[in-house]
Design a protein around this ligand. Structure first.
Ligand SMILES: [Zn+2]
Length: 302
């Protein structure tokens, strides 16, 4: 549907492909053969794929019509870096939480191999990288080049800063000596990080689709596009699980059910972040090495 629309909106030059040749190094989408110098209406000499199909699949007139971005490479590189560093930070925060709970639960011996403070220190380091990556994007966009993205970007900045602070607090105060039923610990090890994570995800929700319209792969992805609402629901599940653990004794079924909810929620968040990182790599590709326009790609045959 989208592809058809793109074809209908293509410049008239595409209707006269027999009068043009490929003017730059340009590869067949099926076999990667370099089509430089061939006529636009010919087929790929290697695999027979019509060259016009490769042209239609590569050029992206919809993106070319959007206003030019200042420093697209900065945004393109910082966006996946931001998501990936947050993913790594979240993985270590979850490992840290597992280490702490293996101290007082009957299951596991994770605390014999890893120290909770080390886990939270790694999580803090990557949280700071996330925060640092969000600053250049906010700076590039200070003049609102990306219409309506400032609030999303600001939320990403504040969310990643709060996440860093909550990792620091976890590093300083979450200890095995504290009982899992202590409500202050619940605040430090779950509620504060969850709140910061939720802020970050709402920021992603406001920003990523806006910048994503510049990537054809992102626009056309229906089911492989990560929905931030799923991640927000997962955060709620984590909080419910943690509160159930805090309000029930370690030996009860409710405690076990709470810990299952927590593990499920954490897994959902981590898998969702992997998908988000993959989505931002498409966006990076279209920002850092945008597809050629039809005018750059073909020249009339003399
Ligand atoms: Zn080919």
């Amino acid at each position: 549907m989208q592809a058809e629309q793109n074809q209908n909106q293509s410049p008239p030059i595409l209707q006269d492909l027999n009068q043009v040749r490929i003017a730059i190094s340009f590869h067949c989408i099926r076999c990667n053969y370099d089509l430089l110098g061939l006529a636009g209406d010919a087929d790929c000499p290697e695999c027979g794929q019509p060259i016009r199909v490769s042209i239609y699949e590569t050029i992206d007139p919809a993106t070319k019509r959007l206003a030019r971005l200042p420093k697209p490479k900065v945004i393109g590189n910082m966006l996946p870096l931001m998501v990936v560093s947050f993913l790594i930070s979240a993985v270590w925060a979850c490992i840290g939480a597992a280490v702490v709970s293996s101290h007082f639960a009957s299951f596991g011996s994770l605390h014999l191999r890893l120290r909770d403070t080390d886990c939270f220190a790694v999580a803090l380091a990557f949280a700071l990288i996330t925060f640092c990556c969000s600053l250049p994007i906010l700076k590039v966009n200070k003049n609102e080049h990306l219409e309506g993205c400032n609030r999303g970007l600001l939320l990403i900045c504040i969310g990643s800063f709060c996440w860093s602070v909550s990792m620091l607090l976890a590093l300083l105060f979450v200890r095995k000596e504290i009982s899992p039923q202590d409500m202050t610990v619940v605040l430090l090890d779950t509620l504060l990080p969850s709140l910061s994570g939720a802020m970050l995800f709402i920021g992603f929700k406001m920003f990523i689709p806006k910048i994503g319209i510049r990537s054809r792969a992102f626009r056309q992805a229906q089911y492989s596009r990560q929905r931030m609402n799923d991640l927000l629901i997962a955060i709620v599940v984590i909080c419910i699980g943690r509160v159930m653990m805090a309000t029930n004794h370690v030996d009860t079924n409710a405690y076990t059910f709470g810990s299952i909810l927590m593990i499920m929620g954490m897994s959902l968040v981590l898998v969702g972040l992997c998908y988000t990182a993959w989505n931002t790599l498409w966006i990076r590709k279209s920002l850092v090495s945008p597809p050629p326009s039809i005018r750059e790609l073909v020249r009339p045959i003399e």
